[in-house]
Ligand binder design. Structure first.
Ligand code: CU
Length: 115
């Protein structure tokens, strides 16, 4: 083991014992599995979804009617009108509360809580 490597290992061990800042940062995009929301019977299922930051959320329209996902606060781009079986995906990078609705059927509402 050369000197540089010994110092690196020592720093790693100290970092692990420090308890504050982790010695090795997690990758920026630690969430690789999309989370799905079904649109069924004129409702979002689940209506409220809590996910870690970086999660890709995919809506799928299971109804025979078109639905159009729209952010209540214009926090993300609206989908096009989704026909049966169509999907729409948004990656939520920043923590926050994202309310959305169907602009064709505004009584259809949902919330995504990003932690
Ligand atoms: Cu709709």
């Amino acid at each position: 083991m050369n000197a540089f490597r010994a110092v690196a290992v020592a720093m790693l061990l100290l970092g692990m014992q420090g308890g504050g800042v982790p010695a090795v940062a997690a990758p920026a995009n630690a969430v690789d599995k999309p989370v799905r929301i079904d649109i069924r019977n004129f409702a979002f299922a689940p209506a409220t979804l809590t996910v870690p930051a970086g999660t890709r959320v995919v809506w799928t329209n299971r109804d025979d009617e078109p639905h159009l996902i729209t952010s209540a606060g214009k926090q993300f781009d609206a989908s096009r009108a989704l026909d049966t079986g169509d999907t729409y995906a948004v990656t939520f990078a920043k923590p926050g509360t994202y309310a959305y609705y169907c602009s064709i059927h505004p009584m259809m509402v949902g919330t995504i809580i990003v932690q």
